[in-house]
Design a protein around this ligand. Structure first.
Ligand code: F1P
Length: 346
C-alpha cells in the first residue's frame, strides 16, 4: 500500500490512494458517527482509530469490544459506519457485534487480514491489511498494518468531509511513505531490547503507561507480554496512575513508559518522576534528544523522531520485541502460547 502511495506522489497526483473498499465515496462520507468494534489486539487498533478519525475527519467515534457490544442494546443505526477490525475475520464476538449493528441499519466496513473470511462476507466493504500469514497466535504484524489501514481510512474520510486539504493530504501521505525506513531503524535496536529483556525477565509484574494516542499502545504492550510470557502486565493511562496503580509501585516493579515527544510529554514526565520517587524501574521509549526522559530512565530504547500520528506504529515494535525476548528467556512457546487460539470462534 505504501509503495503505491509513493507512486502517486511521484506522479504528482494530489489524490490520496485508497484501495477499492467497496463503499462509494458518497456513502463513505455520509455518516454521522463511526463505531469501531473489535476484540483483543484489534480492539487496541480501534482505540487508535478513534484518535485518527476524530483528528483527521472530525467525526465522533465510539469504540467498543465485540465481546461487550451486544449485551447492552446498543444505540446504533443507519447514520453509523461500523468499522469491524479483525486479523482473522472469524472472531465470533466481533462477527456477532457487526451483525447486531447491521440488523439495526448501520453500514459495516471490515478491516481484515484474511481474504474472504466471515467478517468480510458480512460487511458491505473491506479494507484488507495484507499483512501476510501470521505464524504466531498473538497478533503482531496484523496490528501494525491495522494502524496503517485506519490512518488511510481516516485520511480519506477527512478529505471527503473537507477537513484535510490536498496539501495536507500529501503531507500526511509523505509521512506514511517514510514509515518503512523509520521502522527499520527501530528493528535495528533489537540487541538493546534483548539486553533490557535479560535485565527484567524475572519480574512478576509489569506496568505499561501511555497518554493520549500512546495509551492504547501501553495496553497492547501489556497484552503482548501477558500472551506470550505469562507475566502479569497492566497497561494504564498514565494520568490514571495516581488514582490507584501507584500503590503497586516498588523497586520490584518495571514500568514501561511511552515517553516519546508529544504535546503531552510534560505530563508523562511527571508520571515518570512519580514512579522514580517510589523506586520503580523505568524503561522509557523515547527519542535520542529527550534528555529529560533519559535522565530519569533506568533503561531506554531510542525511537526515531516521527509525526505524532505515526508514533504508535513505531512504538509497537520495541514492545513486541521486548515481549518476544522475555518469552524466549523464560522458555515459553512464543508462537503457540498456552490456552490461546488464533481465532476465537466460540
Ligand atoms: C482477536 C484476538 C487477537 C489475539 C489472539 C486472540 O483476533 O484477540 O488479538 O492476539 O489471537 O484473538 P482477531 O479478531 O484480530 O483475529
Amino acid at each position: 500500500i505504501i509503495d503505491t502511495l509513493a507512486g502517486r506522489i511521484k506522479s504528482g497526483s494530489p489524490e490520496v490512494f485508497l484501495p477499492d473498499i467497496g463503499l462509494e465515496d458518497e456513502v463513505f462520507k455520509s455518516f454521522d458517527r463511526v463505531v469501531m468494534l473489535a476484540c483483543g489486539t484489534s480492539y487496541h487498533a480501534g482505540l487508535i482509530g478513534k484518535f485518527l478519525f476524530e483528528g483527521l475527519a472530525r467525526i465522533p467515534v465510539e469504540v467498543d469490544l465485540g465481546s461487550e457490544f451486544r449485551y447492552r442494546d446498543p444505540l446504533v443505526g443507519p447514520k453509523d459506519l461500523v468499522v469491524a477490525i479483525s486479523q482473522s475475520g472469524e472472531t465470533a464476538d466481533t462477527l456477532a457485534a457487526l451483525k447486531e449493528a447491521t440488523s439495526k441499519g448501520a453500514t459495516a466496513l471490515a478491516i481484515c487480514n484474511v481474504v474472504g473470511s466471515s467478517l468480510t462476507r458480512e460487511a458491505s466493504g473491506t479494507l484488507y491489511t495484507h499483512a501476510g500469514l501470521e505464524i504466531g497466535v498473538a497478533s503482531t504484524k496484523a496490528f501494525t498494518t491495522q494502524l496503517v489501514a485506519l490512518y488511510l481510512l481516516a485520511l480519506h474520510m477527512g478529505r471527503l468531509r473537507g477537513n484535510v486539504s490536498d496539501e495536507k493530504g500529501i503531507e500526511l501521505v509523505d509521512d506514511l511513505i517514510k514509515l518503512p525506513g523509520l521502522l527499520q531503524e527501530v528493528l535495528d535496536k533489537e540487541e538493546e531490547i534483548k539486553k533490557i529483556a535479560e535485565d527484567y525477565c524475572q519480574a512478576d509484574d509489569f506496568l505499561y503507561l501511555g497518554r493520549g494516542l500512546c495509551y492504547p499502545i501501553a495496553l497492547e504492550g501489556a497484552l503482548k507480554l501477558k500472551e506470550i510470557s505469562y507475566i502479569h502486565a497492566e497497561g494504564y493511562p498514565a494520568g490514571e496512575m495516581k488514582h490507584g496503580p501507584i500503590a503497586l509501585i516498588d523497586e520490584k516493579m518495571p514500568v514501561v513508559v511511552l515517553a516519546n515527544n508529544t504535546d503531552v510529554f510534560e505530563k508523562v514526565l511527571s508520571n515518570m518522576q512519580e514512579v522514580s520517587a517510589r523506586g520503580g524501574k523505568l524503561i522509557a521509549l523515547t527519542e535520542e534528544d529527550n534528555s529529560a526522559a533519559l535522565a530519569l530512565a533506568d533503561s531506554a530504547v531510542m525511537i526515531p523522531a516521527a509525526p505524532q500520528t505515526l508514533a504508535p506504529v513505531l512504538l509497537t515494535i520495541p514492545l513486541q520485541l521486548l515481549a518476544y525476548h522475555i518469552s524466549v528467556l523464560r522458555g515459553t512457546d512464543v508462537d503457540q502460547p498456552r490456552n490461546l487460539a488464533k481465532s476465537v470462534t466460540v
